[in-house]
Design a protein around this ligand. Structure first.
Ligand code: ADP
Ligand code: MG
Length: 465
C-alpha cells in the first residue's frame, strides 16, 4: 500500500508538470509568434532564427528533366532520382534508396561523413536505368536536403550554424556544406552539380506545393522537428536585398530551438538537456521530437523505479541507460490495446529487462507514454497554430469573405507512424482554431515530399534553365 501511494504521488506530479492546458498552448503560440517576429527582424537573441532560404518561388508543375536529390537528416539518408515531365506528365519516373548512417560517422570528421554520402550517391548513380534521360553533354544536377540550421548565402550555398539531433562533428560548423559535398563527390569521381541547398522543411513545402496549390507551411516531426512557411517578403525587416518579384520568401523557422518560460519544462527535460550533446539548445525539439520522447519516458520510469519501487526492490540496471527506450518502442507500447497489454509486457522484458510485470505496472507504463506523447503533440499543435496566426489564417476574415483553404504539409517518421501522436496533434489544432476556421485548415502527410521537393528546386535553379 505504501508503494502504491508513492507510485500514485509520482504519477500525479508528472501529470501536473507535463500538463498543457489549452490556455497555456495559446500563450505558447503567442510567444512563438513574437519569437518569429524577432527572428525576422534579425534580433540576435531571438530563439527562432527564421532563416532566409533564397527560395522565392515554389514549384509550378512545369519542371522538366532528370534530377537527383540527397536528403541528410537524422538517422538515415536518402538518395533519389526523378524524371520530371512538366505540367501534363508530372513525375514520370522516380527511384530512391535509403541508407542508414553508421553512428560513428555522426560524431566523426566532416570528411568521413561526406565521403560516405558521396560514395553511396555515386553507387546509386551507377544504377541509373534507361527510363531516365539526361540530355547529351549535360551535367547531372542535385538538390541537397540538409536538415540542420544553415546560414544560406544563395540558393546553392550556405554555412552550417550548428549540429543538432545527435550529430556532433568537429570543424564542420561555419563551413559551406555544398562545397564539402562537392569536394567529396569529386573525390569519388562523380560529376554532379548541387544547384539547390534546402532544409527538409523547405523541400517538404516545395514537394507539398507541387501537389497542392494551397500548401503554405511544412512541418517536420521526425528525429527532430522544424517548420518552414511562405512569408511576405516585405514582412522580413532583416532582408536587405531586392524584393523578389513573387513578393514571397520561404522562411526556415528553425523552431526546434524555440525557448520560452511558458514551456512546461520538467525535471526530466532539464536533466536530459543537461546530459545532451547540445545543452541549453533545441529545447522545444527536445519536448516534441522522436529522438527524445522515448528518453523522457525512460527517465520518468526510472524515477518511478527509484522513488516508488515500480519494478520491485531493485532498480532494473538497463533502465539506467540513456536512450535505451526508443520512441518507436514507446509508440508500440502506447498503441497496445490488448486486454493484458501484451506488447507493453514484452517491451518491458526486452528493453528494461523485467521478465514479469503486473498488469498494473503495464498500465502505468502505457499511461506515462500517453502523458509524454500528448504533451509533445499538443506543443507541436501550438507551434502550428502560431504559424497560422503569423499568416493571419487563424481566424475568419474580418471582411466577411470566405476563409481561404489552408494546407499544412507534414512529414517525418514520428508524424507518419505514431498515430496517437498525430491524431492528438490534429484534435488540438482544431480545438485551438475552433470548428469554423478548422474546417478550412487541412493537414496532409507529404510522404518523402522533401526529396521530390529538393529535386524540384534543383530543377527550378538548374544551370541550364
Ligand atoms: P529523420 O527525421 O531522421 O530525417 P524520419 O523522418 O524517417 O527521419 O524520422 C525518423 C524518426 O521518426 C525516428 O528517429 C523515430 O524517432 C521516429 N519514428 C520512426 N518510426 C516510429 C514509430 N513507429 N513510432 C514513433 N516514432 C517513430
Ligand atoms: Mg528527414
Amino acid at each position: 500500500a505504501e508503494r502504491k501511494r508513492k507510485v500514485a504521488a509520482v504519477i500525479e506530479d508528472v501529470e501536473h508538470t507535463l500538463s498543457t492546458p489549452t490556455a497555456l498552448l495559446r500563450s505558447i503560440s503567442d510567444a512563438m509568434v513574437s519569437e518569429m517576429e524577432r527572428g525576422l527582424r534579425g534580433d540576435i537573441h531571438a530563439t527562432l532564427k527564421m532563416l532566409i532560404t533564397y527560395v522565392d518561388n515554389l514549384p509550378t508543375g512545369n519542371e522538366q528533366g532528370l534530377f537527383y536529390a540527397l536528403d541528410l537528416g537524422g538517422t538515415n539518408f536518402r538518395v533519389l532520382r526523378v524524371q520530371l515531365g512538366g505540367k501534363e506528365k508530372r513525375v514520370v519516373q522516380q527511384q530512391y534508396e535509403e541508407v542508414s548512417i553508421p553512428p560513428h560517422l555522426m560524431v566523426g570528421t566532416s570528411m568521413e561523413l561526406f565521403d560516405f554520402i558521396a560514395a553511396a550517391l555515386s553507387k546509386f548513380v551507377d544504377t541509373e536505368g534507361d527510363d531516365f534521360h539526361l540530355p547529351e553533354g549535360r551535367q547531372r544536377e542535385l538538390g541537397f536536403t540538409f536538415s540542420f540550421p544553415v546560414n544560406q548565402t544563395s540558393i546553392s550555398s550556405g554555412t552550417l550554424i550548428k549540429w543538432t539531433k545527435g550529430f556532433s562533428i568537429n570543424g564542420a560548423v561555419g563551413e559551406d556544406v555544398v562545397s564539402e559535398l562537392s569536394k567529396a563527390m569529386e573525390r569519388q569521381g562523380l560529376d554532379m552539380k548541387v544547384t539547390a541547398l534546402v532544409n527538409d522543411t523547405v523541400g517538404t513545402l516545395a514537394g507539398g506545393r507541387y501537389v497542392d496549390n494551397d500548401v503554405v507551411a511544412a512541418i517536420i516531426l521526425g528525429t527532430g522537428t522544424n517548420a518552414a512557411y511562405v512569408e511576405h517578403a516585405n514582412a522580413i525587416p532583416k532582408w536587405t536585398g531586392l524584393l523578389p518579384r513573387s513578393q514571397n520568401m520561404v522562411i526556415n523557422t528553425e523552431w526546434g530551438s524555440f525557448k520560452s518560460d511558458k514551456l512546461p519544462l520538467s525535471e526530466f527535460d532539464k536533466a536530459m538537456d543537461f546530459e545532451s550533446l547540445n545543452p541549453g539548445e533545441q529545447i522545444y525539439e527536445k519536448m516534441i521530437s522522436g529522438m527524445y520522447l522515448g528518453e523522457i519516458v525512460r527517465r520518468i520510469l526510472l524515477k518511478l523505479a527509484h522513488d516508488a519501487a515500480l519494478f520491485g526492490d531493485v532498480v532494473p540496471p538497463k533502465l539506467e541507460q540513456p536512450f535505451v527506450l526508443r520512441t518507436p518502442d514507446m509508440s508500440a507500447m502506447h498503441h497496445d490495446s490488448s486486454h493484458d497489454l501484451k506488447t507493453v509486457g514484452a517491451k518491458l522484458k526486452d528493453i528494461v529487462g523485467v521478465p514479469d510485470t503486473s498488469l498494473e505496472v503495464r498500465y502505468i507504463t502505457s499511461h506515462i507514454c500517453d502523458i509524454v506523447a500528448e504533451r509533445g503533440a499538443r506543443l507541436a499543435a501550438a507551434g502550428i497554430y502560431g504559424i497560422l496566426k503569423k499568416l493571419g489564417r487563424d481566424k475568419m476574415p474580418s471582411d466577411g469573405s470566405k476563409m481561404p483553404r489552408t494546407v499544412i504539409a507534414l512529414d517525418g517518421g514520428l508524424y507518419e507512424h505514431y498515430k496517437k501522436f498525430s491524431s492528438c496533434l490534429e484534435t488540438t489544432l482544431t480545438d485551438l482554431l475552433g470548428d469554423d476556421v478548422a474546417s478550412s485548415v487541412f493537414t496532409k502527410l507529404a510522404n518523402d515530399g522533401s526529396g521530390i521537393g529538393a529535386a524540384l528546386l534543383a530543377a527550378a535553379h538548374s544551370q541550364y534553365a
